[in-house]
Ligand binder design. Structure first.
Ligand code: ADP
Ligand code: MG
Length: 729
């Protein structure tokens, strides 16, 4: 009997909810208590320093060394007052996680003792020994210097008695080695281009701000069961496991009550999130068993993204307190829903207008449709790039599978917005002049903004959907750094808005009236971007054919999808907007291909080991029991009778032997394919070889192991089964 599996199943089944230490104070009192926010700055900094820092933050200006020293001193005092002993520059390398290097505050005092020191220099800039972070060849190892520099737009915070300072991470020669640097550049580009266009409508606008509200999906698995699944531990997903007889068919998990152990975890997580100033708001069950979701209130994109990175590590930490492991992988289990991270994205002005929200007046509506038309054009123009921005070795299992958007980017507009779009598209020049001239632009939306938010049909099959006052980019993977998608999207939007501005301005220069110029250009954009607009069922096969006919990017191989970053149109867009240069783009793709290869490589090794050392031996043992049995039956009942009575066993024996032999052959084939692929020098070609020759073996091996799971004695099966992983909590 497989004692480990039954032991962990018992352990997990007996677990009770862990009590949560609920603060006595109300959330508003402990909210952001671990954040060095403006209130703390005001309290801990000399007034001149405070003013200089706020000015630098608000106006995106650099800090002088003197101010930095003073800020560092105040920040250190606050941190120490709150129990900190260490500080770290907290940054986001290209590995999709965050990185930290902790240092103590201690320095020699020159008299044989120690003082707690933290200078402005250490606050503002550091040189982490960063040669082990992926850099795509930008930093040669002999020049292994990378700088991390404080991003003053994101406040420092305390995590586990460590003062964490959000930083960008760049090479000695100035190229970005992280996600935050290009994100900040993209946000600044869309601010500039967006402000110029928003000023057609309101000259008082000084900034356009990009907002992000992410919805984080995840699975929870009991830690004992998790530990008994080497594939989960090492790759984040199950590489084998037959579908459970019951999974999500009844959708009873989605509508059911939150299980008590999970509820305790969620409460604990929410309290910790609030202390860190993360405005966690909604939590609920998701469709698949043991799948859940957490969403905060949206924030400015850079901060929201930091908060998402933070919540992912917080989740793992808090889950351990509740004897769970959190799975952020996009597809931890075959056959049921995967996890995404919807990125709700909008642009707003510093004067308080949401630019994708239909307004109350005709003028507001012209502004609304201006920005929406530019989104459609930008997404159409760069649909291949946007797909590349969300693609990874893990997310590719989710896209196009159970209830996930396909690997084709399209925009769902909903019936009301579609009506407006069609109206403008079909209007001729005279109509437009009439529309524009009347000063009463009536698109039929003036009275319905709230209705629109609630009534957008919520087409869940679309990867990019208009949801009333924002767009929801749903193709983003649950384990990804949202910045990747947000860099591509905001940069593409910045380029598009700048082009739009130029075209409208030439019309104005030629003496056209503003409203007419805008409407003419909007119409042109809506006609141009027609192919990206699709309100139908994105899960259907017809859509795949239709999308190909429309010329949308339909590539499904991740290694090839990444090529979109190096298309001339992408390179030019990133150059014009100042977000990334050619060297950075090439380096990043090297990293993407390398990461892809490594993930498949690890999965292949793990599955090979499990197949040969865990599954085959068990199947063989069961086989010999069956064979023994058959021999005994045939001894007792010689001749035809014995054969007849043992015939079912004979069938099973043959099946098991056949599955085992295919598994052994495929593992050998996979090992060879890996060896050959490893000889390839270029990262792109290597990734392609892994996707063509190695990845398919994983599927075949899995298929046969899953068949064995149904044949072999349950008592002997070594790994926790799907029904145990998914239903015990
Ligand atoms: P759903 O129905 O898709 O679960 P919710 O209404 O719960 O959506 O909102 C999901 C996320 O969208 C939340 O983080 C919310 O704050 C965010 N959100 C709402 N309005 C906007 C907006 N204008 N811009 C960006 N994010 C927004
Ligand atoms: Mg959503």
């Amino acid at each position: 009997m497989s004692s480990l599996r039954f032991k962990v199943v018992e352990e997990a089944s007996n677990r009770k909810a862990v009590p949560v230490d609920i603060p006595k104070a109300r959330p508003q009192e402990y909210y952001a208590s671990k954040v060095f926010n403006r209130a703390k700055m005001y309290e801990y900094l000399p007034i001149d320093t405070y003013k200089a820092l706020i000015n630098a933050i608000d106006n995106k200006e650099p800090l002088s060394r003197k101010v930095a020293d003073s800020v560092a001193e105040g920040m250190k005092r606050w941190a120490i007052d709150n129990g900190a002993r260490h500080y770290t520059h907290w940054f986001q390398p290209l590995t999709e996680t965050t990185a930290e290097k902790h240092d103590g505050f201690v320095e020699h005092d020159g008299k044989g003792g120690m003082v707690e020191e933290f200078s402005g220099k250490l606050l503002v800039q550091q040189e982490p020994d960063a040669s082990s972070f992926p850099n795509g060849g930008i930093r040669n190892t002999f020049e292994a210097r990378g700088y991390s520099a404080w991003d003053i737009s994101s406040p420092a915070f305390l995590m586990d008695n460590t003062l964490c300072i959000p930083t960008i991470f760049i090479s000695y020669t100035g190229e970005s080695l992280d996600y935050k640097t290009p994100l900040l550049r993209a946000l600044s580009a869309v601010d500039k281009a967006g402000t110029a266009v928003a000023r057609y409508f309101d000259p008082k606008v000084n900034h356009v701000i990009s907002n992000l509200g992410w919805e984080q999906e995840y699975f929870l698995v009991d830690e004992a069961l998790y530990a008994a699944r080497p594939d989960l531990v090492l790759t984040g997903r199950t590489l084998m496991g037959h579908e459970s007889a019951k999974n999500q068919q009844l959708e009873d998990h989605y509508f059911g009550a939150i299980p008590s152990r999970v509820e305790a975890f969620m409460l604990d997580l929410e309290i910790e999130a609030h202390k860190l100033g993360i405005p966690a708001k909604t939590r609920h069950n998701e469709v698949a068993p043991n799948q859940f979701e957490l969403a905060p209130i949206f924030e400015e994109t850079n901060l929201a993204n930091d908060h998402n990175m933070l919540i992912m590590s917080l989740m793992s930490e808090v889950a351990r307190r509740h004897n769970f492991r959190v799975l952020l992988h996009e597809k931890p289990f075959a056959g049921i829903n995967g996890s995404g991270k919807h990125n709700n994205w909008s642009l707003g002005t510093d004067t308080g207008t949401l630019l994708f929200a239909p307004g109350k007046t005709p003028k507001d509506n012209l502004q609304f449709i201006t920005f929406v038309a530019n989104v459609m054009a930008a997404v159409y123009r760069h649909n291949a790039l946007l797909k590349a921005s969300i693609m990874s070795a893990t997310n590719c299992h989710r896209l196009g599978a159970n209830e996930a958007p396909p690997a084709i980017i399209s925009i769902f507009a909903g019936s009301q917005l579609s009506e407006i779009i069609n109206k403008i598209k079909n209007s001729d020049k005279d109509d437009l002049i009439a529309l524009a001239g009347k000063e009463e632009l009536n698109l039929g939306v003036a009275q319905i903004p709230e209705l629109m938010i609630d009534n957008t049909d919520r087409n869940r099959t679309s990867p990019f959907a208009f949801t009333g006052n924002r767009f929801e980019f749903r193709a983003v993977g649950s384990s990804a750094n949202c910045a990747s998608a947000m860099i591509a999207l905001n940069a593409a939007m910045a380029e598009q808005l700048a082009d739009f501005k130029q075209k409208v301005d030439s019309r104005l220069d030629a003496g056209e009236e503003l409203q007419h110029a805008l409407l003419a250009e909007i119409k042109a954009l809506l006609l141009y971007s027609e192919p990206i607009h699709f309100d139908g069922n994105g899960y259907s096969d017809e859509w795949k054919e239709e999308a190909a006919r429309r010329g949308l990017d339909c590539e499904t191989n991740p290694a090839l999808i990444f090529d979109a970053y190096l298309r001339p149109s992408s390179v030019e867009m990133f150059r014009k907007t100042g977000v990334m240069n050619h060297v950075e783009l090439e380096a990043r793709n090297e990293v993407k291909w390398e990461m892809y290869t490594k993930k498949i490589q690890i999965e292949a090794r793990v599955l090979g080991d499990l197949a040969i050392n865990h599954i085959i031996p068990v199947a063989t043992r069961y086989l010999s029991i069956l064979l023994d049995n058959m021999v005994k039956i045939r001894t007792l009942f010689p001749g035809n009778k014995g054969e007849e009575l043992s015939s079912q066993d004979a069938v099973t024996v043959e099946k098991i032997m056949r599955h085992c032999s295919v598994i052994k052959e495929e593992v050998a084939k996979m090992v060879n394919a890996r060896k050959e692929a490893n000889q390839i020098e270029t990262e792109r070609e290597k990734a392609l070889a892994y996707s063509h020759d190695v990845a398919p073996c994983l599927e075949v091996i899995r298929y046969h192991i899953d068949k064995l799971e149904l044949l072999v004695d349950n008592e002997m099966w070594p790994l926790p089964k799907y029904r145990e992983l998914l239903f015990i909590r």
